[in-house]
Design a protein around this ligand. Structure first.
Ligand code: PEP
Length: 249
């Protein structure tokens, strides 16, 4: 049985006052039936970990370096995130792939570092609008999965998030059939490479303009085990609507 996951990515948003949203969320869900994760900016990570109640919301990082330590100004290792209270780390988000030129190979190295540090990696994959229009979506996703995911993953160290780039922050979402096609494809691809047991333990999230209003229909799609949410995770009230939809799915 895969435990559902509602993951929020605050991106480069939030200062100390934002912790009130996290405290609110944590008090709304003292002992949830699903995993609720917030990935705040690294500056807030330690305070966020302290602001949430035990067994409630968990916190994670938005990126990590592939190495454990060294001369890498401005970077953070997976071990540092763990030390600050993180349990998860988002890797290979399309904004990092675009803004920082991150390759599949680098994402894979980061995922290995995350696993070694005891973090669960949420590896993001997704096509551009040009690739979708050229009917290349499954090829792109397949290539990203092959290149970004390290050997021998299991549900305890890996989550995969399908995030079509054109759906992030745009209010556009794929049709439910399109989400279903990609998620089924990802499950099969993982099973071909790692075997059915490992593949069936790995949670697959959908991300891209998930809101309280569309969450229920997205969560009704097979092989969607939760969501990676940007904008609608910033306010406890909005994220709560998504959490409730996932709890009821
Ligand atoms: C994201 O950045 O991962 C994301 C899904 O953003 P949004 O929910 O705002 O589209």
């Amino acid at each position: 049985m895969r435990r559902k996951l509602a993951a929020g990515n605050w991106k480069m948003n939030g200062t100390a006052t934002s912790l009130a949203e996290l405290e609110k969320l944590s008090s709304l869900y003292p002992n949830p039936d699903i995993d609720i994760l917030i990935c705040p900016p690294a500056t807030l990570l330690h305070r966020a970990a302290q602001a949430v109640q035990a067994n409630s919301v968990i916190v994670g990082g938005q990126d990590c370096h592939a190495l454990v330590a060294g001369a890498h100004t401005g970077d953070l290792s997976a071990e540092m995130l763990k030390d600050a209270g993180a349990e998860y780390v988002i890797l290979g988000h399309s904004e990092r792939r675009q803004d920082h030129g991150e390759s599949d190979e680098l994402v894979r190295a980061k995922a290995i570092a995350a696993k070694d540090a005891g973090l669960i990696a949420i590896v993001c994959v997704g096509e551009s609008i040009e690739q979708r229009e050229a009917a290349e979506t499954l090829d792109v996703i397949g290539e990203q999965i092959s290149g970004s995911i390290p050997d021998q993953p299991i549900g305890e160290n890996l989550v995969v998030a399908y995030e079509p780039i054109w759906a992030i922050g745009t209010g556009k979402i794929p049709t439910l059939d399109q989400i279903c096609e990609v998620h089924d494809f990802m499950r099969t691809k993982l099973a071909d490479r790692f075997g059915a047991d490992s593949a069936s333990s790995i949670r697959l999230l959908y991300g891209g303009s998930v809101k309280p209003q569309n969450a229920s229909e997205i969560f009704s799609v097979s092989n969607v085990d939760g969501a990676l949410v940007g904008g609608a995770s910033l306010k406890a009230e909005d994220f709560s609507g998504i959490i409730q939809a996932l709890e009821n799915a």
